[in-house]
Design a protein around this ligand. Structure first.
Ligand code: FRU
Length: 466
């Protein structure tokens, strides 16, 4: 299977690579489909970025893990596919998982998806959703896969949706968080505990008193700036005004209380308000930074990506550093990404004057001193702010993506990272974020503002894949 996937990738790569919408400084699948980032870690100066990968099908099919690595975030190695659904523990999918480094060994944990024989609905019965593990010294060669938990190890009221293990270590104890859906369709997180990464015992449930969606996917528990954060992606949450506009949500709770004891979850805060952001995962790098990468996509939506015709779909977001200001999680691309930029323009752009960047690959910073404004970008993207409401819209270049909104009291800066077919927008230095794919002709790469404003524009260089 491995050989076939690798051969297929090599044979189809040129077709995908010829697509003008291939991104220039974002990671994409060489061919086929990509979703969640997986197994993020840094070891011996090399950062490993795995991802859910379905090379044979740009619309998604059986999943294995794809793999990039980098020493500097400018040159990446695309590794041959090694983690495919080829054992009885994961024959229908090497689903999402994570990495943790202990005593010079990388320990990976992931979900093995198994569809049992027979006529099943796969939500409440008929599916194995195992926690499996394997290890590696170098991030490139892997031990045999081994099972650590099966369906019968989960609480009896769980459906067949328990997945996406992530490990958090505190005072010599390991905690594994798993996203879950009960048989009564309530989303929650299961927490398991271990002293040796091998024997896991059930520890706690993390949930809201009032139901909040039917399934919580891709949990990530970590400590940052003295706060405990639980990232997760709840499904089945109803839109409330301008909140929860996407089909599935992404965001975080602050965890109050001790892991050893009673824990409660704060209100849920959305992390990224764009059309294309899901399943973010974090890791701590050697410099001590908490870095997040998300999937620049969303499952089951009705808007589309025209790259499918070229045999590929989806990408990862830029790596973003996380930090807290008061109780709010901020995010901004790491400095290595900023070093791909070259200064192009700094000055005052006059009202309604068109600034032509001449390339879709740029980083623009707007210094804002007004309580309403309108910024027109590229062919038909627009950011409009009035009465405390930011409205982002895409015309035809959205391929079905229409409008998203964020309620913001005050805007003082906007940083916009534009790539051939993506936009990542950071407001107030990362207080709010909005990520989306965009598909225009790339012939008009201009910026126009309805009032005069300080603007800085840098071009973004492309990175290299070896
Ligand atoms: C999230 C997700 C995970 C699962 C993986 C399968 O996008 O549904 O819960 O492990 O994708 O590809």
């Amino acid at each position: 299977m491995k050989n076939f996937w690798n051969q297929y990738e090599r044979a189809q790569m040129h077709e995908a690579a010829s697509d003008p919408w291939r991104l220039s400084y974002h990671l994409m699948p060489p061919v086929g489909w990509l979703n969640d980032p997986n197994g993020l870690c840094e070891k011996d100066g090399i950062t490993h970025i795995f991802y859910q990968y379905s090379p044979l099908e740009p619309k998604g099919g059986q999943k294995g893990w794809g793999h990039y690595s980098t020493k500097d975030w400018k040159t990446f190695v695309s590794h041959p596919i090694d983690l495919v659904p080829d054992t009885a523990l994961d024959r229908d999918g090497v689903y999402s998982g994570s990495a943790m480094i202990k005593e010079d060994t990388i320990h990976f944990f992931y979900t093995g998806n198994i569809k049992f024989e027979g006529d099943h609905d796969y939500i409440y019965q008929g599916r194995g959703h195992y926690v499996n593990t394997f290890t590696s010294q170098d991030g490139i060669t892997f031990s045999e896969k081994r099972n650590v938990m099966k369906n019968e190890d989960y609480p009896q009221d769980m459906s067949c949706h328990v997945r996406d293990p992530k490990i958090y270590e505190e005072n010599g104890t390991y905690y594994m968080v798993l996203g879950a859906r009960t048989r009564e369709d309530r989303g929650l997180i299961l927490v398991y505990r271990s002293l040796n990464l091998n024997d896991w015992t059930f520890h706690a449930r993390l949930e809201k008193d009032e139901p909040f969606g039917y399934m919580w996917e891709c949990p990530d528990l970590f400590e940052l700036d003295g706060k405990k954060v639980l990232l997760t992606c709840p499904q089945g949450v109803e839109q409330e005004g301008y909140r929860y506009e996407n089909l599935y949500q992404n965001g975080y709770f602050l965890v109050q209380g001790e892991l050893e004891d009673q824990m409660t979850l704060s209100e849920f805060t959305e992390l990224d308000h764009g059309f294309d952001f899901y399943a973010p995962q974090t890791y701590q790098d050697a410099k001590g930074r908490r870095i997040l990468i998300g999937w620049m996509g969303l499952p089951d939506v009705d808007y589309t990506n025209p790259t499918v015709e070229k045999g590929w779909q989806h990408a990862l977001t830029l790596p973003r550093k996380l930090w807290f200001e008061q109780d709010r999680l901020y995010q901004f691309p790491i400095e290595e990404v900023l070093s791909l930029q070259k200064d192009l323009y700094q000055g005052t752009l006059k009202a309604n004057e068109l600034y032509d960047v001449k390339t879709p690959c740029f980083h623009a910073t707007f210094a804002i001193d007004a309580d309403s404004f309108r910024i027109d970008l590229r062919e038909d993207a627009c950011l409009q702010y009035q009465d405390g409401l930011l409205t982002f819209s895409l015309g035809d270049s959205g391929y079905g993506r229409d409008q998203r909104h964020i309620e913001i009291k005050q805007i003082h800066t906007i940083d916009l990272f534009s790539d051939t077919s993506s936009l990542e927008i950071f407001i107030n230095n990362g207080e709010y974020a909005l990520t989306t794919r965009i598909y225009d002709s790339m012939k008009m790469n201009s910026i126009a503002i309805d009032r005069s404003m300080e603007l800085q524009v840098r071009t973004m260089d492309h990175y290299t894949i070896e």
